[in-house]
Design a protein around this ligand. Structure first.
Ligand code: CDP
Ligand code: MG
Length: 848
C-alpha cells in the first residue's frame, strides 16, 4: 500500500511529464495517423486530454526512435559519394552562406522575412536546412514543415528536386500536395503544397495543429491566395506562439511584409549572377543596320499616362502610331541575318499581339550567330505558346529536331514534359523553352543563356465598376522585366532581348498590382465564410492592401445570387458544398446539380473542360478547317458545351479502338488537354463521392444523362447569371447581357456560325473584355430553363430579375403562367434543398 502523500506526488510528477509529452504526442498522433491519402495535419482529437498516459509515453518513444532512424539515414546519405557530391553543389548556392544566421533567426523569432534573387536557394534549401537541423538534433519526427508555392507545377518540381538532394524518392521525408494530386507518406516531414491547399487545410484545422514551420514562398508575386493567407496567419500567430512563419520573396520589397507583421526581422541573401547584356527593340533593329530616328515620337508615346496604368486598353490611335513607326523602321531594313521570311512579318509587330515573326527572327539569329546556350522565351499564355510552337515547327532551322529542341513550359503541362525542360539537350542541339511568366521566378532552368521577353503577361484584371473580368495580355512591371532578364545570367554572362522599345520599359510600373485588387473575389469570399472568419468586408480590410468595397460587394451579391449565401451572408447548404469543391463556385454548383439530377457524366466533362482549357485547337492558318471540325460536334445543339461533351466521348471511343491519335488530328483536338480533362473528371467524381452526393454507380448517377434539356438546364444553373438574350433584328443577331451590355461571340464558338439561334437565351461561362466584350463558350437555353434553373434556390425574385431583360416579355404576358412558374420553381428548389440537407434522401423516388 503506497501512502497517499507519495501517491499524490507521483501523480503530480506523472501529470507534469504527461503534459509535456502530450504536447508532442498530439503532433505525433497527427503525423502517425496520417497516411498518404488522409490529411496529415489533423485537428487534435478533442479527447486527447483523456488519452492514457501509456499512449503518450509510448508515442513519444516511437517518435524518438523514429527521429534516431532519420538521423542515421541522413548521415549515411551525406557521407555517401553521391550525397557528398550533392552537398558540395548545395554549399555553392548563395543561401548556404547565410545558413547559420537563418536558422538562428528562425529559432529566435516567430516571423522572419527573407529576400534573395531567384536561384539563390530559397525554396529548395531553406526548408531543407530546417528539416536537416531538426533531424540532426534528434527531433526529426517531431517537426512538420510546410512550404507553399503559388503554382502546382513548382510545388511538384521543387519537391522532386529536394528529394533528389536528400537521396530519397519523392514521398519519403519530402512530399507534395497540389489540387487533386499528391505524393506523401507517413514519414513526410517536409511538404510542398500550393497556397490554395494550405487554405483548404485551414478549413479543417484553424490552428494548423502539428505544423511547426510554415514557409510562404514567392510572396512578392502578391497572388490572391498568398495575400489571403497572410491575413489568416497574422491572426493565427497569436494563438500558435510556437509556430514559425518564414516569408520568402525574390525581390527587395521585404519591408512591406516586415511592417505587416510588426517589424519582423528581414534577411537578405546576396546573390550572384553574371552580367546580362540587354537589347531593347531599337537595339535589335539597329543590329540589323537600321537606326531608329523617330525616337522623339517613341518617347512621347512612352510617357503616355495610359501606359502607366497597365490595366487600361491602349487607345487605337496610339497603337497605330507605334505600329506604323515600327513598320517604317522595318521597310528600309535588310535582314540577311534573320532570313527573308522575317521581312514582312516584322511589320506585323504591334504592341497588343506580340509578333510571332519577330520572335522567330530573334530565335533564328541566336541559333545562327550566337554561342551555345539554352533560350527561354517569355510568352503571354498557353494559346500564344502553342501557336508559336506550331509556327516554329514549320521553320527549316527551328523546326529541325536535330538542331533545336523545342519545349514548352506552362501551368498545365504534363509531368513528362516538365522533366525535359530541366534536362540538358544533346550536344549541338539548342534548347528553346517557350514559357509563360511562371518561369520568371518559381522555376529555375539552369542552362539558360538567352532570354527573349515579349514584355507582356496575360493576367486577369477586374473592372469592379462593370463587374467584368478582363483577360488581357498587359505590360509587365519593371520588377518582372528585371526578373526575366536575370534568368539569362545564371551560368555565364547572358543576353536578354526585350521585344519593346526602351521608353516603353521606362513607363512600366515598378511592381505589379496585387491580385487581390485585380480579380473577382467570389471564391475568396466563399472561403472567408467557410473559415468562419469575420464579416467578409471587415476581414478583407486587414489585408496588406485591401480591395475596393465595391469589389467585395459584387462578390457577396454574386454568392447570394447563386444561393451560396443567404440574406444575412451566412453560408447555405449549397455554400458548404461549394466550399469543399476546389473549383470556381459557378462550376462547383454545376457539379452539385449534375449529381443531384443524375446527369453526372456530361456535366463532369463540361466542368473539367471549363477548368482545364478548351481542347479545340485553333491553328492560325487553319481557322476555317478547325471551325468546321468543331461544328461537326454540335449537331444543331447550339452549344459549345455539348460539342465538348461529344468530342470527349468520341475521343474515349476512339481510344478504345486505338485510333485516338487520328481522331484528335482529324478533329483539331488536343490529346493532351483531353487527357487532362479525363483525369480531372475522375477526381471530381471522387470528391462528389466523398461528399456523399453520388454513389459513383455509373447507372444511377447517369440515369438522366441522355436528357438533353436537363443537361442544358444544369449547365444553365451553373453558369447563371452568365446569360445573354438573343436579339434577332431583321437579318442580324445580337446578344445582350443582364447589365444591358452588348457582347459578341468568340469566332470559334459553334453559335457564331449560325444566322439565327432558336433559343431566346445563351448561357456562358466567361465574359472577357478584349477590345470589345466577348463571350467564349455558350449554350442556348429556353425560357423555362432560365425560369426554373437560373438564380438562387428558393427565390421567386428571379421573376423580377428576368423582367428587366429584353426579349423576356413574351412569356409573362400571362400573369397566371408566371405565377405557375414561380410555384414550380419553389417546389423544385425545396427538393434540391432537401437533398443538400440530407444527401441520403432520394428525391427522384419522391416522384417529381
Ligand atoms: O527559390 P530560389 O529561386 O531562391 O532557388 P531554388 O529554386 O531553391 O533553386 C536553387 C538552385 O537549385 C538553383 O539555382 C538550381 O541550380 C538548383 N535547382 C536545380 O538544379 N533543379 C531544380 N529543379 C531546382 C533547383
Ligand atoms: Mg523559389
Amino acid at each position: 500500500v503506497i501512502p497517499l502523500s507519495l501517491q499524490r506526488r507521483v501523480e503530480s510528477l506523472i501529470q507534469d511529464h504527461y503534459d509535456r509529452a502530450l504536447l508532442r504526442s498530439d503532433k505525433a498522433n497527427a503525423m502517425l495517423e496520417g497516411n498518404s491519402t488522409s490529411e496529415d495535419i489533423k485537428e487534435v482529437r478533442p479527447d486527447a486530454n483523456q488519452g492514457s498516459l501509456i499512449d503518450a509515453h509510448v508515442m513519444e518513444k516511437i517518435l524518438y526512435r523514429k527521429s534516431f532512424r532519420m538521423k542515421n539515414l541522413q548521415r549515411t546519405w551525406q557521407e555517401s559519394p553521391e550525397g557528398s557530391k550533392m552537398l558540395t553543389f548545395r554549399k555553392s548556392l548563395p543561401a548556404y552562406r547565410e545558413k547559420e544566421r537563418l536558422l538562428s533567426a528562425i529559432a529566435h523569432n516567430q516571423v522572419i522575412v527573407i529576400s534573395g534573387e531567384t536561384g539563390c536557394g530559397k525554396t529548395t534549401q531553406l526548408p531543407q536546412y530546417v528539416l536537416e537541423s531538426e533531424i540532426e538534433s534528434g527531433r526529426g519526427a517531431f517537426c512538420n514543415i510546410i512550404c507553399t508555392q503559388p503554382r502546382r507545377i513548382s510545388a511538384m518540381s521543387v519537391a522532386e528536386r529536394v528529394s533528389t538532394e536528400r537521396g530519397e524518392n519523392i514521398g519519403e521525408s519530402v512530399g507534395y500536395k497540389v489540387r487533386l494530386e499528391g505524393m506523401r507518406g507517413k514519414d513526410t516531414h517536409l511538404l510542398f503544397c500550393t497556397s490554395g491547399i494550405l487554405l483548404r487545410k485551414l478549413l479543417g484545422d484553424r490552428n494548423l495543429n502539428g505544423v511547426t514551420h510554415l514557409f510562404v514562398d514567392e510572396i512578392h508575386e502578391r497572388g490572391m491566395n498568398e495575400d489571403f493567407l497572410l491575413i489568416v496567419l497574422k491572426d493565427l500567430l497569436s494563438r500558435r506562439k510556437d509556430l514559425r512563419l518564414i516569408l520568402m520573396s525574390a525581390t527587395l520589397n521585404a519591408e512591406l511584409f516586415s511592417n505587416y507583421f510588426g517589424d519582423a526581422p528581414t534577411i537578405h541573401i546576396p546573390g550572384f549572377t553574371y552580367p546580362v547584356r540587354t537589347h531593347f527593340l531599337e537595339d535589335i533593329l539597329e543590329s540589323t543596320g537600321y537606326k531608329l530616328t523617330s525616337s522623339n515620337q517613341l518617347d512621347d508615346y512612352g510617357q503616355d499616362k495610359l501606359w502607366k496604368t497597365q490595366r487600361q486598353l491602349m487607345p487605337r490611335k496610339r497603337k497605330n502610331q507605334i505600329t506604323s513607326l515600327v513598320e517604317d523602321a522595318l521597310k528600309n531594313t535588310s535582314f540577311e541575318c534573320y532570313g527573308s521570311r522575317t521581312r514582312d512579318s516584322l511589320a506585323n509587330w504591334n504592341p497588343d499581339c506580340i509578333g510571332f515573326n519577330l520572335i522567330e527572327a530573334v530565335l533564328c539569329h541566336i541559333c545562327r550567330k550566337e554561342r551555345p546556350g539554352a533560350v527561354l522565351v517569355f510568352m503571354t499564355g498557353w494559346d500564344d505558346i502553342s501557336c508559336l510552337r506550331d509556327q516554329l515547327k514549320a521553320h527549316p532551322l527551328l523546326g529541325d529536331p536535330n538542331r533545336v529542341s523545342l519545349l514548352t513550359c506552362h501551368g498545365s503541362m504534363a509531368t513528362s514534359e516538365q522533366k525535359l525542360i530541366f534536362e540538358r539537350p544533346p550536344p549541338n542541339v539548342r534548347k528553346i523553352v517557350l514559357a509563360t511568366n511562371m518561369a520568371e521566378a518559381s522555376i529555375t532552368i539552369n542552362d539558360i543563356v538567352f532570354v527573349v521577353d515579349c514584355g507582356k503577361a496575360k493576367e486577369t484584371t477586374y473592372d469592379a465598376l462593370n463587374n467584368t473580368p478582363c483577360l488581357l495580355p498587359s505590360w509587365i512591371s519593371k520588377a518582372s522585366a528585371r526578373q526575366r532578364r536575370g534568368r539569362a545570367g545564371r551560368v555565364q554572362p547572358g543576353e536578354c532581348y526585350h521585344l519593346y522599345p526602351r521608353c516603353v520599359y521606362e513607363a512600366f510600373n515598378e511592381y505589379q498590382l496585387p491580385e487581390l485588387l485585380r480579380t473577382p473575389l467570389n471564391s475568396l469570399c466563399l472561403q472567408i465564410k467557410s473559415l468562419q472568419l469575420d464579416s467578409i468586408g471587415k476581414f478583407l480590410c486587414a489585408a496588406l492592401q485591401p480591395p475596393e468595397p465595391l469589389a467585395v460587394q459584387n462578390a457577396v451579391d454574386f454568392l447570394k445570387m447563386i444561393g451560396a449565401l443567404d440574406e444575412n451572408e451566412n453560408l447555405t447548404n449549397l455554400g458548404k458544398y461549394l466550399s469543399m469543391l476546389p473549383v470556381d463556385p459557378k462550376l462547383g454548383k454545376m457539379l452539385i446539380m449534375g449529381a443531384v439530377f443524375r446527369c453526372l457524366d456530361p456535366i463532369l466533362t463540361v466542368v473539367s473542360g471549363l477548368s482545364v482549357r478548351d481542347p479545340f485547337l485553333l491553328p492560325q492558318d487553319k481557322k476555317d478547317l478547325a471551325g468546321t471540325a468543331k461544328s461537326r460536334f454540335s449537331a444543331k445543339d447550339y452549344s459549345d458545351h455539348m460539342a465538348l461533351v461529344r468530342a470527349y466521348e468520341g475521343w474515349k471511343d476512339a481510344e478504345r479502338e486505338g485510333s485516338a491519335y487520328e481522331y484528335c488530328w482529324r478533329n483539331f483536338l488536343s490529346a493532351q488537354t483531353l487527357q487532362a480533362i479525363h483525369t480531372l473528371r475522375k477526381q471530381f467524381g471522387y470528391i462528389l463521392k466523398d461528399a456523399n452526393l453520388v454513389d459513383l454507380d455509373a447507372r444511377t448517377c447517369n440515369s438522366l444523362s441522355h436528357n438533353q434539356s436537363l443537361v442544358r438546364a444544369i449547365i444553365c444553373s451553373g453558369l447563371f447569371p452568365g446569360i445573354a438574350s438573343v436579339v434577332h433584328r431583321e437579318s442580324s443577331m445580337s446578344f445582350k447581357t443582364m447589365d444591358d451590355g452588348q457582347v459578341l461571340l468568340y469566332a470559334n464558338s459553334v453559335n457564331a456560325k449560325y444566322q439565327t439561334i432558336p433559343y431566346p437565351w445563351l448561357v456562358f461561362g466567361e465574359k472577357v473584355k478584349m477590345n470589345t466584350v466577348f463571350i467564349r463558350d455558350s449554350t442556348g437555353v429556353s425560357d423555362s430553363i432560365v425560369m426554373l434553373f437560373g438564380g438562387a434556390l428558393g427565390k421567386g425574385e428571379m421573376v423580377g430579375h428576368l423582367k428587366m431583360l429584353d426579349g423576356y416579355i413574351d412569356l409573362f404576358m400571362d400573369p397566371s403562367l408566371a405565377e405557375c412558374f414561380v410555384q414550380l420553381k419553389e417546389e423544385l428548389d425545396k427538393l434540391i434543398q432537401k437533398k443538400l440537407e440530407d444527401p441520403t434522401v432520394d428525391i427522384h423516388k419522391e416522384g417529381k
